[in-house]
Design a protein around this ligand. Structure first.
Ligand code: FE2
Ligand code: FE2
Length: 208
């Protein structure tokens, strides 16, 4: 496919991610648990944490699309597209749980999408080893971030916890996939810069 055609397809996918409700392929892990009545504060807090995770998944879609657009090898591009499909489940589960908790998604999602897409494009241009290094480090940081949410969520909020746990395990697999495909290792300063930018995103999205 010509680059311009791929760009149009990526733009179309971006609009769909931001506008249309995502369809999951795997059942929502929360569905196996009964609804437990949470306090108002717990519900609001959980809704905001899931808003952060939802925005994280919007960014994951954007990153994957951007990276796939400029990835050099077909092998890497196909792996990225496959992983992006799996991330759609996360996006849909988060959206469903946010609704159940009476919350809302971030108003700034189009902005985060654009930023993450641009980062993905740059990572792809840097070459497959660095592209995969970016993916690996992102997934590792998301895994740690989801572990921190498991500490913050109420123990009785089994539905939200079930979603976060499956997402955490999937992200771990994505990092391992990137490693197996030949990811390089980012220098420490770059990992710290990524942590800083994701902390700006999470703190903002908790409120907006
Ligand atoms: Fe994800
Ligand atoms: Fe992932």
């Amino acid at each position: 496919m010509a680059f311009l055609d791929q760009l149009i397809v990526a733009f179309d996918r971006g609009l769909r991610v931001l506008i249309t409700p995502p369809q999951f392929r795997r059942p929502n892990p929360a569905s196996q648990y009964m609804n437990v009545e949470l306090s108002k504060t717990e519900k609001i807090h959980a809704g905001r944490l899931m808003r952060i995770n939802h925005t994280g998944e919007i960014c994951a879609q954007a990153l994957y699309q951007g990276q796939a657009l400029t990835a050099r090898s077909t092998h890497t591009r196909d792996a990225l597209k496959h992983a992006a499909l799996e991330e759609i489940d996360h996006l849909a589960w988060c959206e469903e749980r946010i609704k159940e908790l009476g919350g809302r998604v971030s108003y700034l999602n189009p902005l985060w999408y654009l930023g993450a897409f641009s980062m993905g494009v740059v990572a792809g241009i840097a070459g497959d080893g660095w592209n995969l290094a970016f993916l690996k480090e992102t997934e590792k940081q998301v895994e740690n971030h989801l572990n921190s949410h498991l500490q913050k969520l109420a123990m009785e909020d089994l539905k939200t916890r079930a979603i976060v746990q499956v997402m955490r395990d999937d992200e771990k697999n994505h990092a391992e996939l990137a490693q197996s495909l030949g990811a390089y290792e980012f220098p420490r300063w770059l990992k710290e810069a990524m942590k800083l930018s994701s902390s700006v995103m999470t703190k903002t999205v908790y409120w907006v």
